[in-house]
Design a protein. Structure first.
Length: 190
């Protein structure tokens, strides 16, 4: 059985929208605006590339990452890694040709079936809607969170507000950095 890991930059109040400067969000770029860069806080991002066997994302994140990440040295380890894009609208013609094998998944059932296969961890980047849906369906196994000391108010949230049973998490790794960032790794308790 494969491990499904959601990795996210998140504000203290749970917002994950437009951390890197994506247009259309009032606080776009909040991960670097007025934030001292502390390299060790981002060590987990390199480790994720080394430890993951595949990457998953929703359509919106795929459309944002696929024109840029294939040629970025910072994401070189992801280039040849199998990718899964979860979308009901994307077609094979919409996929880029320079980013390795990419499979389109159409449903939570297909994701659940993928989890049952052999292979290493699958890392989910961006993809707020996908992460919320996977979490609500009980399919996420681990969270890698870089928590920024900011309150952003409005914006897409990492977790849904669905009325559901309590989901317990176990903190398995954590660190705090001089700029106020916190790295928290949680396993989902089943």
């Amino acid at each position: 059985m494969r491990t499904l890991i959601s990795t996210a930059f998140v504000s203290l109040d749970g917002v994950v929208e437009a951390p890197g400067g994506e247009p259309g969000y009032r606080n776009s770029g909040w991960t670097f605006k007025d934030m001292e860069f502390v390299p060790e806080a981002f060590e987990i991002k390199g480790r994720e590339q080394q430890e993951a066997a595949a990457m998953m994302m929703g359509r919106v994140s795929y459309e944002a990452f696929s024109p840029v990440w294939p040629d970025m040295a910072d994401f070189a380890d992801y280039k040849q890694m199998p990718k899964y894009v979860v979308s009901t609208t994307l077609t094979e013609d919409d996929l880029v040709s320079n980013w390795g094998e990419t499979t389109i998944l159409r449903s939570l059932d297909e994701i659940a079936a993928l989890k049952e296969t052999d292979g290493g961890p699958i890392i989910i980047h961006g993809s707020a809607t996908l992460t919320r849906n996977l979490s609500d369906a009980g399919l996420i196994d681990r969270y890698h969170l870089l928590v920024f000391p900011l309150l952003l108010g409005a914006g897409k949230r990492l977790f849904s507000d669905t009325d559901k049973d309590t989901q317990k998490l176990k903190l398995v790794e954590h660190a705090a950095y001089s700029n106020g960032l916190q790295m928290n790794v949680f396993d989902v308790v089943r």
